[in-house]
Write a protein that binds this ligand. Sequence first.
Ligand SMILES: Cc1cc2nc3c(=O)[nH]c(=O)nc-3n(C[C@H](O)[C@H](O)[C@H](O)COP(=O)(O)OP(=O)(O)OC[C@H]3O[C@@H](n4cnc5c(N)ncnc54)[C@H](O)[C@@H]3O)c2cc1C
Length: 408
Amino acid sequence: MQSMDADVIIIGGGLVGATLALALARHDVTSIVVDTADLDATTLPAFDGRASAIASASGRMLRALGLGQLLDDHGCPIREIRVTDAAHPQFLHFDAGEGNDPLGTMVENRLLRTHLLAAVRACPQATLLAPVTVAELVRDEHAATLSLADGRRFRAPLAVACDGRRSPTREAAGIPIAQWHYPHAALITMVAHSVPHENIACELFYPSGPLALLPMRDADDGRPRTAIVWTVDGRHMAAARKLGPKQLAAEIAARCDGTMGDIEVIAPQTVWPLGYHHAARYTDTRLLLLGDAAHGIHPIAGQGLNMGFRDVAAAAEVLTTAARSGLDLGSPDVLAQVSAWRRFDNSLVCAVTDGLNRLFAVPGRVPSLVRRTGLAAVERMPPLKRFFMNQARGETGKLPALLKGELV
Ligand SMILES: Cc1cc2nc3c(=O)[nH]c(=O)nc-3n(C[C@H](O)[C@H](O)[C@H](O)COP(=O)(O)OP(=O)(O)OC[C@H]3O[C@@H](n4cnc5c(N)ncnc54)[C@H](O)[C@@H]3O)c2cc1C
């Protein structure tokens, strides 16, 4: 066999690709990460003003990988989640419980990117090349060979595509996806307000689309801060985009029934198109798809990145075990293990998220009554409630060691 340049080539150094490189490095598996973007520019607020709800299992993995300081210094724990049909008081309520881990932690994406990149750059086992242009990826029975437009070539037993929703690598491999676009988009912003959020995340479902209020660390001036994900009907998006800070604050206040007190919009609003996609398979010859390259969902339940993190944890465990046994990391048997581990959880989250979104989109008083009755029923059924709570924590199925906070 010809010599290899690394154990794995990772295409895409976004949140999922960078986390994979770090997880492999912590287990002494080497990688070359390539990205078309200037990754330092992706840490600027103008590139990604979003914040992510990091589920508790994902948080344990980030801590095991050495990013605990990020969560401690900048994360805001979510201790309760309230789900309501509009601002109706009858709600489904999840509580972390006294002394337990929080249900999740809110972190700004730009900070997550900054800390991940710094950690990857500090690892001798990972080589980060960005911005670069991928000219060609050739995969055959011997190796995956990546050629860059600047003439450099790298060989590894396995290429992992972490190149996002439109994944050029997935498309070039001819892997089909199930996909549809939702008729709305997410308007993202951040507000400071007068009434403390008490570490409670609220998901208010309106037929026009859900509004998520996600607790953040206090602003520099000490005011409570909340991240807003407002799903707006595509037909009204142009108007929503044009709202000035005062009008936007008034719209948000009206939808959350004044529960935040005085509101001030403190970040520019950005708009994200929303869609669903799921790859028919996650593997091909010496190729593995992870994160948004494999699946993308509505952000209603804040699970997209968490699914990608769970992909990383499973892939890191399988690849590390294979590397220690001297196995070929790109062999169909090894890739099938990762795929089998992740397929069920990803399919379940995709289906539940899509179903919830459709259920709450039906307008009218009768559907609204049915939904409220349903929420009340789930609230009274401890096993069902526990199921949803474990999903929110990212703790269903067989957990890889990293999601338990352990390195293997
Ligand atoms: C509005 C909104 C809110 C969200 N909120 C949450 C939340 O609260 N919690 C949660 O878990 N998830 C959330 N998500 C989902 C989450 O943001 C995504 O799942 C996550 O960012 C996917 O990360 P990724 O690394 O797979 O893909 P990406 O972030 O898209 O990264 C892909 C990388 O690949 C690079 N790339 C692309 N093409 C190439 C190429 N040809 N060669 C090399 N590199 C390439 C890109 O430059 C990029 O750096 C939200 C999504 C949206 C839209």
